[in-house]
Design a protein around this ligand. Structure first.
Ligand SMILES: [Zn+2]
Length: 380
C-alpha cells in the first residue's frame, strides 16, 4: 500500500484542527501528545506500541527521510536532528490541506497561532471561537451578575468579528454532558448562575464554566447567531464522561433548534459515530465527522470510516483531523483520509454498488465541498 491512489490530490478543508507545538519535544513530551491520557504511559509500555505509534513510524518516517516503519528510536533521533521548525514545516506542508479551520480555545500558549500555522504550512486558516473561553474571559474581567449575559454576547460578537470566525465551538460534553436541559435558560437563572461563577472566581482563579445554566446560555447565544456550532462528542481526555457524551442525549436539544437552522457540527463522535450518523440523517441541521479517531485507530481507520458512511447522508459528513500539537497528526489525518475514502468507496465500486463518478463526487463533498457550503467559506 502506498500513498498514491485515486484521491491522492483530493482537496481537503480540515474543519476542526489546532496548532502545533513549537518547542523541542523529548520522548516523554512527544508521547504525551500521542494520547488523550493525562499522564505518561504505564511503566514498561510506550505510546509507540499503539495504532497511532505504528502509523507515525510507517507514514511520517519517510517525510523525515527515514525508511517506512523505522524504529521509534531512529524516528525520535531524526526529529531532534531536523529541529522542531523543520519537522513542523515538512509534515504540515506534505499534508497538502487547502484550509485549516482552527479552534483557538485550548492551550493556546503552547501551540502556534493561526498566523504561525499559515506561515509554517503555506495554507490559509479560518478560526472557530470557543464559547466557554469567551465566557470565562468575561467572568474574569468582572461585571455585574445581571449584565453578564449581555456582556458575553457583546464580547462574543467582538471576538467573532476580530478573528473573522466562521463558527463557534462548545465543550459542554467536557464541562457537564449532553444530558442538559434542552430549552433556553431564563435570564434570571442565567444572572444567578453568573453571580455564582464570579464569586467562585474570587477564591479560585482557575474556576471554569461548568454550570449547565451558563453552558446552555452560551450554546443558545451561538444558535441565535446562526454560524455553525461545533460540539465535542465522544472520545476525549479524562475531563469527559464518555457515556454522557453520547450525541443521542442531544435529541431534544436538536428538536428544539432545528427550526433555527443553525448548523450543529458533531466532532469526532467515536465510539458514537453511528449514533451521530443517525442524527445527521434525521435532523436537517446536523453534520458529523470522525476526525481525531481515524489517526488513533490507525490500520482500522477505513473500517471506522465505512461505519460512519453507513447512515450519514453524504452531504452531512466533513473532513477533520482534530490534530493538536504534533504535525504528525495533521499529516496522518490528511493522507489517511485520502487513502481511506479511496479504499472504502473503491470497494463499493468494485462490488458494483456505486459508480466511479459517484465515488469521486462523495469524496469531494466530504473532503471540502460540504465545509465550503456549511461555513460559507466561498463568501467574502
Ligand atoms: Zn479538537
Amino acid at each position: 500500500m502506498t500513498t498514491s491512489g485515486p484521491f491522492e490530490a483530493l482537496a481537503l478543508i480540515d474543519h476542526h484542527v489546532h496548532g502545533v507545538v513549537t518547542a523541542d519535544l523529548d520522548r516523554a513530551g512527544l508521547e504525551l501528545l500521542m494520547t488523550e491520557a493525562s499522564g505518561p504511559p504505564a511503566a514498561g509500555t510506550t505510546m509507540f506500541d499503539s495504532q497511532l505509534g505504528f502509523a507515525i513510524r510507517r507514514w511520517c518516517a519517510p517525510v523525515l527521510d527515514l525508511e517506512p516503519s523505522a524504529p521509534a528510536e531512529d524516528y525520535l533521533r531524526r526529529r531532534v536532528e531536523l529541529g522542531t521548525a523543520e519537522v513542523n514545516r515538512r509534515l504540515l506542508t506534505a499534508a497538502g490541506v487547502a484550509q485549516w479551520l482552527i479552534d483557538t480555545g485550548y492551550l493556546t500558549d503552547e501551540i502556534t497561532t493561526p498566523e504561525q500555522m499559515a506561515m509554517a504550512s503555506g495554507t490559509p486558516t479560518g478560526q472557530i471561537v470557543r464559547l466557554e473561553a469567551v465566557a470565562e474571559k468575561v467572568a474574569r474581567a468582572g461585571t455585574s451578575a445581571a449584565a453578564w449575559a449581555t456582556t458575553f454576547a457583546e464580547e462574543l460578537a467582538i471576538e467573532a468579528a476580530s478573528t473573522g470566525a466562521v463558527g463557534f465551538k462548545s465543550i459542554v460534553a467536557y464541562r457537564f454532558g449532553f444530558d442538559f436541559e434542552p430549552i433556553r435558560p431564563g435570564s434570571a437563572d442565567v444572572a444567578t448562575a453568573a453571580g455564582r461563577l464570579m464569586r467562585e472566581l474570587e477564591t479560585d482563579p482557575g474556576a471554569r464554566v461548568a454550570d449547565q445554566v451558563l453552558l446552555r446560555h452560551l450554546i443558545w447565544t451561538a444558535i441565535d447567531i446562526g454560524k455553525p456550532v461545533q460540539f465535542h462528542v465522544g472520545f476525549g481526555d479524562t475531563d469527559v464522561r464518555l457515556h454522557r457524551s453520547n450525541p443521542t442525549l442531544l435529541t431534544d436539544f436538536l428538536i428544539a433548534t432545528e427550526s433555527a437552522g443553525t448548523p450543529v457540527m458533531l466532532l469526532h463522535c467515536y465510539p458514537y459515530h453511528r449514533e451521530a450518523g443517525y442524527l445527521a440523517h434525521v435532523f436537517s441541521h446536523v453534520y458529523m465527522d470522525v476526525g481525531a479517531i481515524l489517526n488513533h485507530v490507525g490500520a482500522r481507520s477505513a473500517a471506522v470510516l465505512a461505519e460512519a458512511l453507513e447512515l450519514t447522508p453524504f452531504g452531512k459528513m466533513l473532513y477533520s483531523s482534530d490534530a493538536f500539537g504534533l504535525p504528525e497528526l495533521h499529516y496522518l489525518g490528511a493522507i489517511g483520509f485520502r487513502r481511506d475514502i479511496a479504499r472504502v468507496t473503491g470497494q463499493f465500486v468494485a462490488d458494483g454498488a456505486w459508480g466511479e463518478a459517484d465515488a469521486e463526487r462523495v469524496a469531494a463533498l466530504i473532503g471540502s465541498a460540504n465545509a465550503n457550503r456549511v461555513y460559507r467559506l466561498d463568501q467574502p
